[in-house]
Design a protein around this ligand. Structure first.
Ligand SMILES: *[C@@H]1O[C@H](CO)[C@@H](O)[C@H](O)[C@H]1NC(C)=O
Ligand SMILES: *[C@@H]1O[C@H](CO)[C@@H](O)[C@H](O)[C@H]1NC(C)=O
Ligand SMILES: *[C@@H]1O[C@H](CO)[C@@H](O)[C@H](O)[C@H]1NC(C)=O
Length: 384
């Protein structure tokens, strides 16, 4: 074929192929790696300087007032007026948990009870951080997640090894961590900021027969920004026969497991923890999760267990992909306007680029809620 076309055409084909290859590289690889490079180059110099974030005290005062209010409100009402919130975090992301808690209490007048989970090494650190800051008046309980519950059950193939952190799986064990809680609870990833009244999210309806409320990936504004195709096929290996037995439609809409509302009594009754453990453990022996780009980590087992049994969450209550910096080559990826970000009820920096890191978008919103670590161990990376 090439001989027939002659030497010149063969050269043209070669050039075209090279261009195609460069285009592909540009689309898939560069957006993820350029920021990494910047990150490496500047991390060491920036870390040493003192951060110049706004001091927490400016609005710490305001949140104290709100909290006094809150107490009176809750005294006058029954326990169905308490919002139960669970956040899990390890030492690397503890500052995320702090900023998130602060954002929740700043923006609600309702009584919130925080159920916090961290690792053995971070528990004293977290307690000190809360007790010495304007957060000292929050209503909270603090649990250490026993690594032994998941040891030997986590296997990350390729990609983002940080998804293998045991704390990432603590969400599977909510009734075991909080045996006295039988009611509804909101679970939030620690890379979120809440700008609305958390009570609104807490009241999300879970329909009869459903196991929880989640935000689907293929609906409305959440579809717009993702270059993933937002379906189950991206997260599971449909060649696995156990996956096939579930009779899941590969084109079914996926959902993000970083934020959900569920009922712990029902979770216990339906043995959801046992089912999640089953898939998790199976994945260490067989390939259950598909394309690792789709997430790996704690997401696929939840998609298997919750299939077809989820109620929707309002999309303004889960504005996400803020941690995926570049959606297209040659653009910086700040695809949401400032006005839209201001209207969002909840922002989620899912993806690699966290708001406390060197490269991230809309970090000014996160900085408003961050409270400086009194021990100095956690330090957002910022230019002076
Ligand atoms: C709030 O409750 C406290 C006691 O819990 C009480 O002393 C205070 O007067 C109350 N404030 C209002 C505005 O009701
Ligand atoms: C608690 O409040 C809910 C809704 O506000 C109400 O339906 C329920 O009857 C109340 N229960 C008690 C014991 O007051
Ligand atoms: C929970 O589910 C797992 C996995 O399907 C099963 O092995 C276990 O026996 C179940 N536990 C109960 C109490 O039903």
């Amino acid at each position: 074929m090439i001989f027939e076309m002659g030497i010149l055409s063969a050269r043209k084909v070669g050039v075209l192929l090279a261009l195609f290859w460069m285009g592909t590289l540009c689309y898939f690889w560069l957006p993820d790696h350029i920021p990494d490079f910047l990150d490496l180059r500047t991390k060491s110099t920036v870390r040493r300087r003192h951060d110049t974030l706004p001091r927490p005290h400016s609005f710490g005062h305001l949140s104290n007032l709100i909290r006094m209010d809150q107490r009176n409100v809750s005294n006058g009402h029954n326990s169905s007026d308490i919002v139960h919130v669970c956040i899990t975090s390890d030492g690397n992301t503890l500052g995320g948990m702090i900023a998130l808690i602060n954002s929740i209490v700043t923006n609600t007048k309702h009584h919130v009870r925080f159920h916090l989970v961290t690792d053995e090494d971070s528990v004293d650190h977290l307690r000190a951080w809360i007790q010495t800051s304007s957060l000292r008046q929050i209503d909270y309980e603090l649990k250490v997640f026993p690594d032994s519950w998941v040891s030997g059950k986590i296997k990350i193939r390729g990609g983002r090894q940080e998804l293998g952190s045991p704390l990432n799986y603590a969400r599977y064990y909510l009734p075991k961590l909080f045996p006295k809680l039988k009611e509804k609870i909101v679970f939030l990833d620690d890379d979120c900021i809440v700008q609305g009244d958390i009570m609104e999210l807490y009241k999300t309806e879970i329909k009869k027969g459903h196991l929880g409320a989640f935000s689907e990936d293929c609906k409305g504004l959440n579809k717009r920004l993702s270059r993933l195709s937002n379906v189950y096929a991206e997260f599971l290996d449909f060649k696995n026969k156990h996956v096939q037995e579930k009779k899941i439609r590969p084109s079914a809409c996926s959902f993000n497991t970083g934020l959900f509302v569920t009922d712990l009594g029902n979770w216990h009754k339906e043995n959801i923890t046992g089912q999640l453990e089953y898939w998790m453990e199976l994945n260490t022996r067989e390939e259950v999760y598909g394309n690792e780009r789709g997430g790996g980590g704690s997401q696929p087992p939840m998609m298997l267990v919750f299939y077809n049994r989820i109620s929707p969450i309002d999309s303004m209550w889960h504005v996400r992909y803020l941690g995926m910096l570049s959606q297209r080559c040659w653009t910086s990826g700040t695809s949401y306007s400032k006005a839209f970000i201001a209207q969002a009820k909840l922002l989620h920096w899912n993806g690699k680029f966290k708001p406390w890191g060197r490269v991230s978008q809309h970090r000014d919103v996160w900085d408003k809620y961050y409270i400086t670590d009194p021990t100095g161990k956690f330090r957002p990376i910022r230019r002076v």
